[in-house]
Each structure stands twice: as C-alpha cells, then as structure tokens.
Ligand binder design. Structure first.
Ligand SMILES: [Ca+2]
Ligand SMILES: [Ca+2]
Length: 71
C-alpha cells in the first residue's frame, strides 16, 4: 500500500521533470549576476525581438520574473 503510493509520487515527479523542458533561469545565467543579458538569452534561442518584448522594464537584461513570463 505505502509502496504503491510512494511509486505513484515518484512517477509523477519524474513525469513533471521530464516535461519541464524550458531552460532553468540559473542555467542560462552564465555569469551568475542574477540577470540574463541578450547574449545569455540568445544561447536558449531568445532572439532580440523576443528579448525586447520580455524586458518589461527595458533595462537591457531579463530578471527571473521577466524570464518567467515566457512560460
Ligand atoms: Ca547574466
Ligand atoms: Ca529587465
């Protein structure tokens, strides 16, 4: 009984990670300054047009919050 529940939880966790294929912010932030430069964003396919759109406060970098709007 408990084993079955544990398995179900483990499986759903695996499924969740398998489908979470959007790159993690921290992984894109190569220089770990807490923001994504246009160059860092470009490494995951965010072009200049999309970058400008996501950069709501127009400071030239994407914060974690701004990047989250992508999902
Ligand atoms: Ca950065
Ligand atoms: Ca910004």
């Amino acid at each position: 009984m408990y084993k079955a529940i544990f398995l179900a939880i483990a499986l759903s966790f695996c499924a969740a990670t398998a489908f979470a294929n959007a790159p993690v912010f921290a992984d894109i932030d190569a220089d770990k300054d807490g923001a994504l430069s246009a160059e860092e964003a470009a490494t995951v396919g965010i072009g200049s047009e999309l970058f400008t759109k996501l950069d709501v406060d127009q400071n030239g970098t994407l914060s974690a919050e701004e990047y989250a709007a992508l999902k």
